[in-house]
Ligand binder design. Structure first.
Ligand SMILES: Nc1ncnc2c1ncn2[C@@H]1O[C@H](COP(=O)(O)OP(=O)(O)OP(=O)(O)O)[C@@H](O)[C@H]1O
Length: 255
C-alpha cells in the first residue's frame, strides 16, 4: 500500500504550521522527514495517521494493505508508551484486543512480533526489567503485531543513548531486510535519517514546506560499513537546513 499526502497544509488557530506538502510513502520504503524545530514534522505525522485533520489537502492510500493488516497506519512513539504493569507479551497483545480475534491468532501474532524483534525470551518480563532499547523493541513489536501497512514513527530512538540508538538502527535495518516495511519516520537526528531512509524529505522552517528530497540508493545493510559516506551525507543535509534551523531556533526562543 502507498500512503499519499496531497497538498496538505495545516494551521493551528491561524498559525500556519505546515504546507502545502506533497509526499508519498511507497510500499517497503522508509521516508524520513527532517527539518528545523517547530517546522511541522509532528503535525505532518499526525495528519498522515488521521489524528489531525489538515486545514487543506488530503491523505490517500493506494493499493492493498498487507495480508492480515488490522490497522494500516500504526504509530511508534518516542516514549514507548508501554503499560508498566503488563508483561512484554501482554503489551504487544494490547492492540489485538477487542478485535474479535481468536486466542490462537493473538498468540501467533504476538509470538511472530516478538521473534521478529528478538524479544522471544522476554515475553514474561515487565517493562521496568528492561533497558530503554529493549522497551522500544517492545514498542516496535506492538506496532508490528497488527501487520501495519505503514509505520508512523515519531522520533522513535530519541529517548535512547547513542550506543543503544545504534543497536536499534541495526535492528530496524535487519527487520527491514527480513520483511520490508514502510515507514514515515520523523527525526531530528540526521545520521539516523541517512542510515534508515530510502528517501529523506527536508522541510523548511515553519510553515514547513519541502525544501529538498534526497534519495539514498545505498542498500540499508551496506550503510553501517560506509560511515564516512553516511556522515558526509548527513553533513550535506545539515548544511541544507542549518540557516533555517538557526532562524527557527531564534523564533522558538523569542516566541
Ligand atoms: N496543538 C497545537 N496548537 C497550537 N500550535 C501548535 C500545536 N501543535 C503544534 N503547534 C505549533 O505548530 C508548529 C509546528 O509544530 P510541530 O510540533 O508539528 O513541529 P515539529 O517540527 O514536530 O517540532 P519539533 O521539531 O520541535 O518536534 C510549532 O510552531 C508548534 O508550536
Amino acid at each position: 500500500m502507498r500512503l499519499i499526502l496531497k497538498a496538505v497544509s495545516h494551521a493551528y488557530d491561524g498559525l500556519h504550521a505546515l504546507g502545502p506538502v506533497d509526499l508519498t510513502v511507497g510500499a517497503g520504503r522508509i521516508v524520513a522527514v527532517v527539518g528545523p524545530s517547530g517546522c511541522g514534522k509532528s503535525t505532518l505525522l499526525g495528519i498522515a495517521g488521521g489524528l489531525i485533520r489538515p486545514t487543506s489537502g488530503e491523505v490517500l492510500s493506494a493499493g492493498a494493505a498487507p495480508e492480515g493488516c488490522l490497522n494500516p497506519l500504526t504509530y511508534v512513539f518516542q516514549d514507548f508508551a508501554l503499560l508498566p504493569w503488563r508483561t512484554v507479551a501482554k503489551n504487544v497483545a494490547l492492540p489485538l484486543e477487542g478485535r474479535g480475534l481468536g486466542a490462537a491468532e493473538v498468540r501467533a501474532r504476538v509470538a511472530d512480533a516478538l521473534a521478529r524483534t528478538g524479544l522471544a525470551d522476554f515475553a514474561g518480563a515487565v517493562p521496568r526489567q528492561l533497558s530503554g532499547g529493549m522497551r522500544q523493541r517492545v514498542g516496535i513489536a506492538r506496532a508490528l503485531a497488527v501487520s501495519p501497512a505503514v509505520l508512523l514513527m515519531d522520533e522513535p530512538l530519541s529517548a535512547l543513548d547513542a550506543q543503544t540508538r545504534e543497536l536499534l538502527i541495526e535492528d530496524l535495518v535487519a527487520l527491514h531486510g527480513r520483511a520490508p516495511f514502510s515507514a514515515l519516520y520523523v527525526t531530528h537526528n540526521l545520521i539516523e535519517a541517512v542510515r534508515l531512509a530510502h528517501e529523506v524529505v527536508v522541510l523548511s522552517r515553519r510553515p514547513g514546506r519541502i525544501r529538498e528530497v534526497v534519495q539514498i540508493d545505498t542498500p540499508l545493510d551496506e550503510r553501517a560499513a560506509d560511515g564516512a559516506g553516511m556522515a558526509a551525507l548527513a553533513d550535506r543535509l545539515w548544511r541544507s537546513i542549518r540557516d533555517e534551523a538557526a532562524t527557527a531556533d531564534r523564533e522558538v526562543q523569542h516566541g
